[in-house]
Ligand binder design. Structure first.
Ligand code: SF4
Length: 423
């Protein structure tokens, strides 16, 4: 049993390349740079400045509705929208919680792929949490997305569309009051750095000024990773001042090899060296994510080791987010008891490393990568979900519907029994 052994195993292989099957998503305005948009519009026989108009509508006014683009002649409108603004994502279901200040949307892509995104309203900001892949190939044993494997990478525009929808929902007051989307975190389904090229292009669309992009500050964008070291080093050279979030979950290779199987490829020392390089290049503090799991990684000695390690490797350029595990009924995974959690945090802080516990909402949807829906699926459906709702009903469903949200994404699972003698 896990609590006795502290050991978990994942028998799934690591998968870095998605299987070659199915149709690629149709080309979309958000896949293209500003120059490419002009060229695409010209190829369609339209005046190049129409690219700017389309971009203004999409990135500035947050609309993909061709009927709202009244400054474009109707014939050109239909022509351009048909070629450059195909519907990529359809809202299957949207639910809310936290008194309506958190909205989670289940999307269906053109090929039936399901993914989800979340938007959260805080007193000082509004944050979108987006998916970067359908499924995930990183095989983390506590994550249902990982156990389901990698289906495909999302296109740049599929990622950007999640942001546009979140920004429009926030602007339109669907989280309780009108707000400007200020932050984007890549902490949904998938390992963002395994879909590197498209994620980086999406970050540029998110951060480029209107009408090239949404004009969100680079410093307000967080890209998470389980530690794909070459991609982390590449990211550091992109000239993007985004925050890097490393899902560490263990300070020792023995446990991390099992909790985060990619650790068998790149060890903790390499991951932290790459994180240090990113911090040095960008001046951005690294965020270390640590899901605290009872009797697995919550021991005082691991807190001491984590603090010592991070202080030595990253000095002042790190902050630890402890994520209380939301227990899943029927699962053997459990959250660390509060006194244990407090001691863990205290010990990391005592080592000179700032360490805080994520608030409840952060725990639900802004946890480390692959944990987007951990809370959403903590309580499996007990009745047939109601019919899909359009996105404008974001705040309508009661909070408990969050637990009925999905069956495709990430959740903490009961661990597989350790192989060998265990401990
Ligand atoms: S935790 Fe993140 S990296 Fe690991 S399998 Fe889940 S989505 Fe992938």
């Amino acid at each position: 049993m896990l609590r006795d052994t502290g050991k978990v195993m994942s028998s799934l292989p690591l998968v870095f390349e998605p299987p070659r099957r199915g149709q690629v998503p149709p080309r979309h305005l958000a896949d293209l740079t500003a120059d490419q948009r002009r060229a695409a519009v010209a190829e369609l026989g339209e005046k190049a400045f129409r690219a700017g108009q389309l971009s203004q509508h999409y990135f500035g006014r947050l609309t993909a509705d061709v009927h709202a683009m009244t400054d474009i002649p109707p014939r050109a409108r239909a022509h351009l929208a048909g070629a450059l603004l195909p519907r990529l994502l359809t809202a299957v279901r949207t639910v809310s919680c936290d008194d309506g200040s958190t909205g989670k949307t289940l999307w269906r892509a053109h090929d039936g792929t399901l993914l989800e995104s979340v938007v959260m309203l805080y007193p000082d900001r509004a944050t979108a949490c987006v998916s970067s892949q359908a499924g995930c190939g990183m095989a983390c044993p506590f994550c249902a997305t990982g156990q389901g494997g990698l289906r495909r990478n999302l296109s740049t525009a599929e990622i950007v569309e999640q942001v546009r929808a979140a920004a429009a929902a926030a602007r339109d007051g669907m989280l309780g009051r009108p707000a400007r989307l200020s932050n984007v975190v890549f902490m949904g389904m998938g390992e963002p750095l395994a879909n590197y090229r498209r994620v980086i292009a999406a970050v540029r669309r998110i951060c480029d000024p209107v009408p090239r992009g949404f004009g969100i500050s680079q410093r307000s964008v967080t890209v998470s990773t389980v530690g794909l070291v070459p991609a982390m080093r590449k990211l550091a050279g992109e000239g993007l001042a985004v925050t890097l979030a490393v899902s560490l979950h263990a300070p020792d290779d023995e446990l991390r090899d099992e909790l985060v199987p990619v650790n068998t490829r790149w060890k903790i020392a390499e991951v932290l060296a790459a994180a240090r390089h990113h911090a040095g290049q960008t001046g951005r503090r690294v965020s270390v994510e640590y899901a605290l799991i009872r009797d697995v990684n919550d021991q005082p000695w691991r807190a001491d080791l984590l603090g010592k390690l991070l202080h030595r490797e990253l000095g002042p350029l790190v902050h630890v987010n402890v994520i209380p595990l939301n227990p899943t009924p029927g699962s053997r995974w459990d959250a660390a008891p509060k006194p244990v959690e407090r001691e863990f945090v205290s010990r990391v802080n005592a080592a000179g490393v700032p360490c805080t516990v994520r608030d409840t909402r952060g725990r639900e949807i802004a946890a480390a990568c692959g944990q987007l829906a951990a809370t959403a699926t903590a309580n499996p459906p007990t009745r047939t979900p109601p019919a899909p709702r359009p996105a404008r009903h974001l705040s309508a469903p009661p909070a408990r519907e969050v637990s009925e949200f999905r069956d495709h994404g990430n959740r903490f699972r009961g661990p597989r029994r350790a192989r060998g003698s265990g401990r």
